[in-house]
Design a protein around this ligand. Structure first.
Ligand code: SF4
Length: 205
C-alpha cells in the first residue's frame, strides 16, 4: 500500500505552554475545509506545501528535541490548516515515534467522522477550536456546518473521554459577543467538556 505523506507548511520547535503540555514542536499541514474570516494562516494555506514527508522523515526532523520532550512531558502537536485531514499520517507517525512523546492535534473538527475515529487511535490530546456553538454564528464566521462540529465533538468525547479534550472558545471580533462566548461555554459543559479555554482572537488585517 502506498505510504501516506504529510504536506508540510511549517515546523516550529521549542514551544512552551502554547499548544499542549511541556515542550512541543508544532507541525503544520496544508489544507482546511473552512474559511474563517480572521484565519492567521490564510496566506500560508493558499501556498503550496513546502514539501511532502513520510512519517520516518518527519521523525528524523523532530527527534532532535527528544530529550526536551521526555523531560517536560511534551511532544509533537499537529496543526494547520486542519490537522485531522491527515489523521492516517498522524497514526503512522504515532506508531514509529517514542511512546513517551505526547501527540496533540489542533482541530476545528470540520472533518468526516472517519477521520476522527482514526485520530482517536493516535492522539493523546485534542485541542478543539469550536469558534462558536451557535450554528448561525459558526456558519457566518467559517462558512462551515456547526452541526457537524457538534456531532463530532459529542463523538470525540464519547470515544476518547473528556480528559483528552480541551475546547477553546474564542471571542471573535465582529462575529460574536461576550454573552455568546459564555453561552457556548455553558453548552459545552452540557456536552461533558471539562477543559475549557476562553480567549479573544487578536485581529490583524
Ligand atoms: S479552521 Fe483554522 S486554519 Fe482553517 S480557516 Fe479556520 S482559522 Fe484558518
Amino acid at each position: 500500500m502506498e505510504e501516506t505523506l504529510f504536506p508540510l507548511l511549517s515546523l516550529v520547535r521549542l514551544r512552551m505552554g502554547i499548544d499542549g503540555r511541556g515542550v512541543t514542536t508544532l507541525v503544520a499541514g496544508a489544507g482546511c475545509p473552512l474559511s474563517c474570516r480572521w484565519c492567521i494562516n490564510k496566506r500560508l494555506l493558499r501556498e503550496a506545501p513546502v514539501e511532502h514527508l513520510t512519517a520516518a522523515e518527519l521523525l528524523e526532523r523532530v527527534r532532535i528535541d527528544d530529550l526536551y520532550f521526555r523531560a517536560s512531558g511534551g511532544g509533537v502537536t499537529f496543526g494547520g490548516g486542519e490537522s485531522l485531514l491527515h489523521a492516517a499520517f498522524i497514526r503512522s507517525f504515532r506508531q514509529i515515534c517514542p511512546e513517551e512523546w505526547r501527540i496533540c492535534a489542533e482541530t476545528s473538527l470540520a472533518v468526516p467522522e472517519k477521520q476522527l475515529r482514526i485520530a482517536a487511535e493516535a492522539v493523546d490530546g485534542f485541542i478543539v477550536d469550536c469558534k462558536d456553538m451557535d450554528p448561525e454564528i459558526y456558519h457566518r464566521y467559517t462558512g462551515g456546518d456547526g452541526e457537524l462540529m457538534h456531532s463530532n465533538l459529542r463523538l470525540l468525547l464519547e470515544v476518547v473521554g473528556p480528559e483528552r479534550v480541551t475546547v477553546r472558545v474564542p471571542l471573535i471580533p465582529g462575529y460574536n459577543t461576550a454573552d455568546d462566548q459564555v453561552r457556548s461555554a455553558e453548552l459545552l459543559r452540557g456536552f461533558g467538556v471539562e477543559k475549557l479555554d476562553l480567549f479573544e482572537y487578536v485581529v490583524r488585517e
